[in-house]
Design a protein around this ligand. Structure first.
Ligand SMILES: Nc1ncnc2c1ncn2[C@@H]1O[C@H](COP(=O)(O)OP(=O)(O)OP(=O)(O)O)[C@@H](O)[C@H]1O
Ligand SMILES: [Mg+2]
Length: 518
């Protein structure tokens, strides 16, 4: 076929137009390249078109798309730069024409797609160049004829290869843009997470992330929240987080520890009293409901309020008004209520210890705080957090916990949850004289004996009653530890602070196995 054949020229022009259309029709590089090879085959009778691209990481050439080759043949089409005809084209950046592949020793026929014995196949391969760099090769087979000149084919394929190079460039730009958008997306998401993540609450476990989203959700409403969870799981912390994230943040946050107060005292705390309401009421006193007006009232240990107070509380919640004890004036309040309990409130309701109607009024949005043993993955962060805090408070510079101690911490069940971690780390920091906290700084025996932290020993436990000797023992331990902490482990100073002799202090420390003083 002569190069100046007008019919051939028209076909080539048509093919080029179609190829440029194919390039702009899709952002998917493989689709674009496949379409180009199909067009070459259909319009210009170029068979077994292959598009080979250089993998910049491995430095290897592999067939990206092909026309007229099956999957196995494509998979075999891998070359190193300089290897075979394709490898040479990429190495030199110049086209190569093999008029008869059967007679060319350099022709590897690695894809094994051609019958070389037929000796009538010509192979044309041109480089694909992008900004002076060869990034791959485009090759086609032609039926070999003695009279044929391949110059025209090379020219045409060179034009097409430069179009392919542009498509590759556009694809790379789009990919880069996509990558930067993805990383921007990840960054924004993590910022959002930080925003949702109350600063003083530590933990990245799935369970805690759920708690953070609940905090976020309920902060925007005025609905009553019931915080459930074992002792030391952070109920009070979360109650504060909800308040300080709500639009009531600049209004009062008032807490009432329902378990700590006997019945009559609790009522006067909640509702206040008028002067002379009872013996000793020498002046009017506002209740916590009044103090919390426009803000948040946090009723802690709600499961511990006596039935008679429950009735009064229910009325206030229903009618949003009440009278001070001994008073006649009706007081209206606008409060956001958050309650907390570590009790099985449903059981209390079944056993008639907690009013069902009050339960439903309070249990509008329950938020569950997971026990630490169910989110041990948060332990490292918590330990780090409390180490930093204890270092600051005690003027120490303890860097970390030893590997051996870690094993103990991770294997321990932490019945006192985060509060127990906080206390354990604080004690360890006080005790530790080196830069690394060791196993000997953690009083695990002691923890095994104390089921609840000592400050809880002052308040009533499950059914409002607790073992007095145990409570006294806990209190004693706590006082001893505080004094030792204050005196940085100096027994003489600690004894002076406690008003006891050093000998008695030593005896008690030994008795309770409090510390490992050397
Ligand atoms: N996720 C947490 N990150 C940091 N500190 C925490 C976390 N959870 C709890 N704490 C700390 O642990 C201690 C106990 O938390 P908090 O008083 O909120 O627990 P609680 O559930 O109210 O316990 P209780 O039922 O015994 O009253 C507090 O000093 C609190 O700051
Ligand atoms: Mg609490």
């Amino acid at each position: 076929m002569s190069p100046s054949d007008p019919r051939q020229q028209a076909k080539e022009l048509f093919a080029l137009t179609e190829i440029s259309k194919a390039i702009s029709s899709s952002l998917d590089l493989t689709t674009v390249m496949q379409n180009i090879l199909n067009l070459l085959h259909e319009n210009l009778k170029m068979d077994r078109g292959t598009l080979t691209l250089l993998d910049r990481q491995t430095g290897e050439l592999s067939i990206e798309v092909a026309c007229g080759l099956d999957l196995d043949e494509i998979r075999r089409g891998r070359y190193k730069i300089g290897e075979g005809i394709t490898g040479k084209v990429v190495a030199a950046g110049e086209p190569i024409v093999v008029p008869n592949v059967g007679k060319e020793p350099l022709f590897l026929n690695r894809t094994r797609s051609r019958d070389l014995t037929k000796s009538n196949i010509a192979f044309i391969c041109v480089p694909i160049k992008l900004e002076d760099k060869t990034i791959g090769a485009l090759s086609v087979d032609r039926l070999f004829r003695e009279d044929i000149s391949f110059d025209e084919d090379v020219k045409l394929l060179t034009i097409i290869s430069s179009m392919i190079a542009q498509a590759v460039r556009i694809h790379e730009l789009v990919e880069k843009e996509k990558e930067s958008l993805t990383s921007e997306n990840i960054r924004l998401k993590s910022e959002l997470k930080k925003k949702f993540h109350p600063v003083n609450i530590v933990g990245e476990s799935k369970r805690m992330i759920d708690v953070y989203s609940s905090i976020d959700l309920v902060s925007t409403t005025k609905a009553t929240v019931m915080l459930r969870g074992e002792s030391g799981t952070g109920k009070e912390l979360v109650a504060k987080a909800i308040h300080y994230r709500s639009e009531r943040a600049d209004k009062p946050f008032i807490k009432v520890s329902c378990a700590a107060l006997p019945e009559t005292l609790l009522e006067s705390e909640l509702f206040g009293y008028e002067k002379g309401a009872f013996t000793g009421a020498s002046a009017m006193k506002c209740g916590r409901f009044e103090l919390a007006h426009t803000g948040t009232l946090f009723l802690d240990e709600i499961g511990d309020i006596p039935l008679s107070t429950q009735v009064k509380l229910l009325r206030v919640l229903q009618e949003k008004e009440f009278e001070r004890l001994g008073g006649v004036e009706t007081i209206h309040v606008d409060i956001r209520l958050i309650v907390a309990t570590n009790k099985d409130l449903e059981r209390e309701v079944r056993e008639g210890k907690f009013r069902e109607d009050l339960y439903y009024r309070l249990n509008v949005i329950p938020v569950f705080l997971p026990p630490l043993r169910e989110r041990k993955e948060d332990l490292p962060l918590l330990v780090q957090h409390f180490l930093r805090k204890a270092n600051e408070e005690n003027g120490k510079q303890i860097k970390r916990v030893s590997d051996e101690a870690w094993e103990y911490l991770m294997n321990y069940s932490w019945p006192g949850n985060v509060r127990e971690v906080e206390n354990a780390i604080e004690r360890a920091v006080v005790m530790c004289k080196e830069e690394v906290v060791g196993r000997e700084h953690f009083p695990f025996d002691l923890q095994a004996h104390i089921t609840k932290p000592a400050d809880d020993a002052l308040v009533a436990q499950n059914d409002g009653v607790q073992n007095l000797p145990q409570a006294i023992e806990n209190l004693e331990k706590q006082l001893l530890l505080s004094a030792l902490k204050k005196s940085s482990g100096n027994k003489r100073k600690a004894a002076r602070l406690l008003g006891i002799t050093e000998r008695i202090l030593g005896y008690k420390v030994k008795q309770y196995r409090l510390l490992y003083i050397r």
